[in-house]
Design a protein around this ligand. Structure first.
Ligand code: SF4
Length: 320
């Protein structure tokens, strides 16, 4: 568990003394004081105690001191030791790559927050809240780190205008990129359709091959089944995908076949999934073949008002 410095109870008097002067925002005062304590720690060759911190900033309240120490701990700028009954603090360089070694403290803070976010990245707004820097300074730092190829901005599929930052060397998580089905935030519907057809074709061919099997229905059923790994191998060999697909990606496609009633899925004793093409006993009812059958705004649609069949693009496309 990460070390945290507890806040000491404070009397109302000390809170008053440490309040920022009128016109000074408390957050910016904390940032300024954090920087002063950091400078003090950097200058000192030995570990320093709360006494030295109070000599530097006499009106620092115990709460603010605890907040600042915890901030610095979180950013990896110090180590805390126990000396007798009191705590002492020693400056340490946060783990940074050689490219950021000569950078100033603000850059190191931004870097360490982005590093902590891993391959899911961190959204600019969250980054601003965590590092407590103003937007202009933060933008300047981000631009600099980006141009030095220390970090990169990745567009998130979750929101059109959302950009997350992560270390340059990291491969973004599929929750950010949308995985194989998205290209630069656009859903690759055509690619998904082709994969869907090819997966079904493979299963259907297996089913056709055992049509004349004379060893009974169970054997025929087993022979017509394919594991997701078999289907993945077949799709990989076809070379239809420009991106490297994982077995899980193929399972997603195979599951859509199951939901469409074109395949069935079974689980083997070892947990692996098997898929088999099936003939649908009934064709899909007419209503679900029309755009209205699956329309999410069906309830708002009527012959009056702005949502109506006359100006519905889905209906027009379907009728063409
Ligand atoms: S006409 Fe268009 S908007 Fe109205 S229910 Fe059908 S698909 Fe939806």
């Amino acid at each position: 568990m990460a070390t945290r410095v507890k806040q000491e109870p404070v009397s109302p008097t000390s809170r008053d003394v440490s309040s920022p002067p009128p016109g000074v925002n408390h957050n910016s005062q904390i940032v300024e004081r954090e920087q002063r304590i950091l400078n003090l720690l950097q200058k000192s060759t030995k570990a320093i105690s709360d006494k030295e911190i109070l000599l530097e900033i006499p009106d620092l309240s115990p709460q603010d001191r605890a907040t600042i120490i915890n901030n610095l701990l979180q950013k990896g700028f110090l180590d805390v030791f126990k000396q007798g009954e009191k705590l002492v603090y020693k400056f340490k360089e946060p783990s940074c790559p050689s490219k950021i070694k000569g950078a100033d403290n603000e850059e190191k803070i931004v870097y360490s927050i982005i590093e902590k976010a891993g391959n899911k990245g961190i959204w600019t707004r969250d980054l601003r809240v965590e590092c407590n820097l103003d937007q202009t300074t933060l933008n300047k730092i981000l631009k600099k780190l980006e141009s030095e190829k220390v970090i990169k901005a990745v567009k998130s599929v979750a929101a059109a205008r959302k950009k997350v930052y992560m270390l340059y060397s990291l491969e973004p998580d599929s929750s950010v990129t949308g995985g194989a089905w998205y290209n630069d935030q656009d859903f690759e519907a055509e690619f998904v359709d082709v994969l869907n057809q090819q997966c079904y074709r493979f299963l259907h061919q297996k089913k056709e091959a055992v049509k004349n099997c004379k060893d009974g229905p169970i054997v025929a059923q087993n022979m017509a089944s394919a594991s997701s790994k078999d289907v993945w191998k077949y799709i990989s060999e076809l070379g239809i995908s420009k991106v490297q697909l994982a077995v899980q990606d193929i399972e997603t496609i195979l599951n859509t076949l199951v939901y469409d009633g074109k395949a069935e899925r079974s689980v083997l004793a070892d947990g692996s999934l098997m898929y088999r093409a099936v003939e649908s006993l009934l064709p899909p009812p007419g209503i679900v073949r029309t755009p209205c059958g699956v329309c999410p705004i069906l309830k708002q649609c009527s012959d009056i008002g702005s949502i109506n069949p006359n100006n519905c693009v889905y209906m027009t496309e379907w009728l063409e």
